[in-house]
Design a protein around this ligand. Structure first.
Ligand code: NAP
Length: 294
């Protein structure tokens, strides 16, 4: 298969690139808005309809995995049009090219399409009600994709982290270097997602004997608050830092955050026969890699 991976320099894109080495039967085309030195990456802005179509056509792409997105939740609040351009118009460009040249598409979305007011794990069929600009633009991306490509696979995920880019794990480790106490909210509940595990699930979907279109949810197993997550990061990393639970109302959020956004993963596990590690196990793997990278 010829596989185009967009947003290839992001957290998930980087894990897809690394995991592709274990799937050498395919030919890969890694693309990002900015090509990075020393990585064989195509320069491709997903909002450039002509450029997307040309690449998909000329390289005979069979499958697009869209890891590109506007992911800064706070900045999206101030600049929704730019977020919309990337998270919806860019997805439409990819969808049109996929439809025109017979490629399949796997697209990544977010728990932010839900209100965050739920009390039980969200299923794929639960009503969506985004509360943020980021969530609204990601939902529009899902909708435009499903309109153009009825056979698209959409995987919603949450709390993504990896050894690369900016994420909560790296921020907390950085803060632990010059703070003796970390105050972290304990009234927002979800599940961390190790990007390498999500990449494994994406490969399972792409390589499945049958193409199973539809929306899926993927995070690691387990449930925790950001406070619990931080506590475990510090414990596993051996940091002597006090972690203090606080309420969201005590933290000056610029953008409302979901109080409860646990995703139900029964569908993805049953459809693709995957086993998902508990978040604490995957955190250990990430910390080990971060150590090795120091
Ligand atoms: N991070 C999370 O906690 C989280 C949670 C739930 C869902 N998700 C979803 O998971 C997916 C992967 O997230 P991630 O954390 O890996 O994101 P990321 O690290 O921000 O990577 C996104 C990549 O897309 C690139 N990009 C931005 N605009 C582009 C454009 N117009 N054309 C091509 N590439 C473009 C970015 O480049 P620049 O950096 O130069 O902009 C970046 O390299 C996204 O769909 C995101 O919405 C993430």
């Amino acid at each position: 298969m010829n596989i185009l991976i967009t947003g290839a320099n992001g957290q998930l894109g980087t894990e897809m690139r690394l995991l592709s080495l274990s799937h050498p039967q395919h030919q890969y085309f890694f693309a990002d808005v900015m090509a990075v030195d020393n990585t064989p990456t195509y320069s491709l802005d997903i909002t450039d309809e002509a450029a997307v179509a040309a690449l998909v056509n000329e390289q005979h792409i069979d499958c697009i995995v869209n890891c590109a997105a506007y992911t800064n939740v706070d900045r999206a609040e101030d600049d929704e049009p730019t977020a919309l351009r990337i998270n919806a118009d860019g997805v439409a460009c990819l969808a049109k090219a996929a439809a025109q040249y017979g490629a399949r598409i796997v697209h990544i979305s977010t728990d932010y399409v839900f209100s965050g007011d739920e009390h039980q794990p969200c299923r794929e069929t639960d009503p969506v009600a985004p509360r943020t600009a980021y969530g609204r633009t990601k939902l529009q991306g899902e909708q435009v994709l499903q309109t153009i490509c009825q056979d698209a696979i959409i995987i919603r995920t949450a709390w993504l982290y990896s050894p690369f880019g900016n994420n909560f794990v790296k921020t907390m480790l950085r803060l632990s270097q010059d703070h003796s106490t970390l105050r972290v909210v304990f009234d927002q509940i979800g599940t961390p997602t190790y990007a390498a595990d999500l990449a494994t699930a994406i490969f399972a979907a792409v390589e499945s004997e049958q193409w199973h279109a539809g929306i899926y949810h993927f995070t690691n197993e387990g449930v925790c608050s950001w406070f619990d997550f931080t506590h475990e990061i510090m414990r596993q990393a051996g940091k002597q830092v006090a972690v203090q639970p606080i309420l969201s109302s005590e933290y000056a959020y610029r953008t409302p955050r979901p109080h409860y956004s646990v995703l139900d993963k029964a569908k993805i596990k049953a459809t693709f026969g995957i086993e998902i590690p508990h978040w604490t196990e995957s955190l250990q793997k990430c910390l080990q890699r971060l150590n090795e990278m120091e």
